[in-house]
Structures are given as structure tokens and as C-alpha cells.
Design a protein around this ligand. Sequence first.
Ligand code: SF4
Length: 78
Amino acid sequence: MPFIIAEPCIGVKDKSCVEVCPVNCIYEGDDQFYIHPDECIDCQACEAACPVQAIFPDNGVPDKWKTFTEKNRAHFEK
Ligand code: SF4
């Protein structure tokens, strides 16, 4: 699960990440966007493009947003 979208995306959903992702693995959810854990190729393009710094590598998610790692994965298990 390379990259994770966290709390800053909620209510913003800027979509800059979607536009730069080379493999189109960022999907829209009700309150935020999510990165598909198996499709992401770990290129980091979305991390740099996000205007609210909502995207982190899975080993770099701030403690206060750790639950978003599971939230991203769970979105694709429905
Ligand atoms: Fe897409 Fe690259 Fe971001 Fe993964 S790291 S979600 S492949 S832009």
C-alpha cells in the first residue's frame, strides 16, 4: 500500500492528484479521494501535486492520521 490520502482531502477533493497519476489509481469517494493500494506504482507524483498536502507514503503518514491507511484500503474492499 504505497501512498495514502489523509484528512486534509476531506471537504477539498481538489483532484490535482487524479490528473497527475500515471496509472489512474486514484478514485473518488463520498468525502475524499482514495488510492488503490494494489494499483499504485509508488511514483510520488500525487504527493507533490496535492495543494493541501494530504498524501503520504504509507510509512510516512502522521500519527494523527494513521487511521486513514485502513480507511483507504477499506474503500476498495466494499
Ligand atoms: Fe498514482 Fe503515483 Fe500517487 Fe501512486 S504515487 S497514487 S501511482 S500518482
